[in-house]
Design a protein around this ligand. Structure first.
Ligand code: ZN
Length: 287
């Protein structure tokens, strides 16, 4: 009797342990990790790889510490669309039998290889990922299904502010011509109904190459002739050309909105998008 009881208590303890063990999530980019945290809450432990808003994520390589984080993760999230090929290479090179889910966000939202890789600025991306994660986490920990579903509901409720800010800007400033040093904000600019100028130049900068003299001249003319309302400036992907453009835009009183490629540490994705959209709305008011 005593023996049976001991086994019973012991198995209860075992059950409890597995019940409260957090799902180890590793996200290549911190904004996707933020969504995982908002949905998984106390039942996930998230490690983010790209989390420094001062570093260029297009020029990244894996350290041993990061390799361990990816190896130990049960759920892996990465951007895809050739933004973080190091993750795919790393996963392909190691036996992945401990993985419960490997999520390519670009594929999840139907973006093809060769498209603009900055897919998180598509306003649909975070809600789609949030829903997918709520389903995945519910399969992994069925006992916590209603907890994940509640978190998804409150995520979607909070996210409404992002859609309403986008609708307001689109309604109040239709077709505004804008320009950018790098294509980071392309999807959001499209969602806002802006006309993004000189896209070819931006791709050259993203790929770390030198724009042709004609591309540069065309870009500079748009600023000097004040053909654009806003310059979206990516602080993480810069060179002497982008810095010259920044000072030229300042001289010509073009509104400058800084767009980061990596989320600042002190924000979640909703706060992050909200603050950038607020900044755009303010830039519209100034002139
Ligand atoms: Zn970029």
């Amino acid at each position: 009797m005593f023996f049976q009881r001991t086994i019973y208590i012991f198995s209860l303890l075992l059950c409890n342990t597995s019940f409260s063990t957090p799902i180890m999530v590793c996200s290549a980019e911190n904004f996707y990790g933020s969504v995982a945290e908002m949905i998984g809450g106390k039942f996930v432990k998230v490690t983010n790889i790209l989390s420094n808003p001062d570093a260029d994520p297009h020029l990244f390589s894996i350290s041993p510490k990061i390799a361990r984080a990816i190896t130990n993760a049960r759920v892996v999230i990465y951007n895809g669309a050739d933004y973080d090929p190091w993750m795919i290479q790393f996963l392909a090179a190691q036996p992945s039998n401990n993985k419960l889910a490997v999520i390519d966000v670009a594929k999840l939202i139907g973006v093809k290889e060769g498209s603009n890789p900055h897919v998180w600025y598509n306003p649909q991306t975070f809600p789609v990922l949030a829903k997918f994660l709520a389903e995945k986490f519910s399969v992994i920990q069925p006992d916590n299904k209603s907890y994940f579903e509640d978190n998804l509901k409150s995520f979607n409720t909070r996210y409404r502010v992002v859609f309403s800010l986008i609708d307001n800007i689109k309604f109040n400033h239709p077709g505004t011509p804008v320009i950018a040093t790098e294509p980071v904000f392309g999807y959001m600019s499209d969602a806002l109904g802006f006309s993004m100028e000189e896209k070819e130049f931006q791709w050259v900068i993203m790929n770390g190459s030198e724009p042709s003299p004609k591309m540069k001249a065309d870009f500079i003319n748009k600023i000097k002739k004040k053909k654009v309302k806003i310059l979206f400036y990516n602080n993480q992907v810069t060179d002497s050309t982008t810095k010259d453009i920044l000072s030229l835009a300042k001289q010509n009183n073009i509104q400058i909105v800084g767009i980061s490629e990596t989320m600042p540490d002190n924000k979640n994705v909703i706060e992050w998008l909200t603050s950038e959209l607020d900044e755009i709305e303010n830039a519209m008011k100034d002139k």
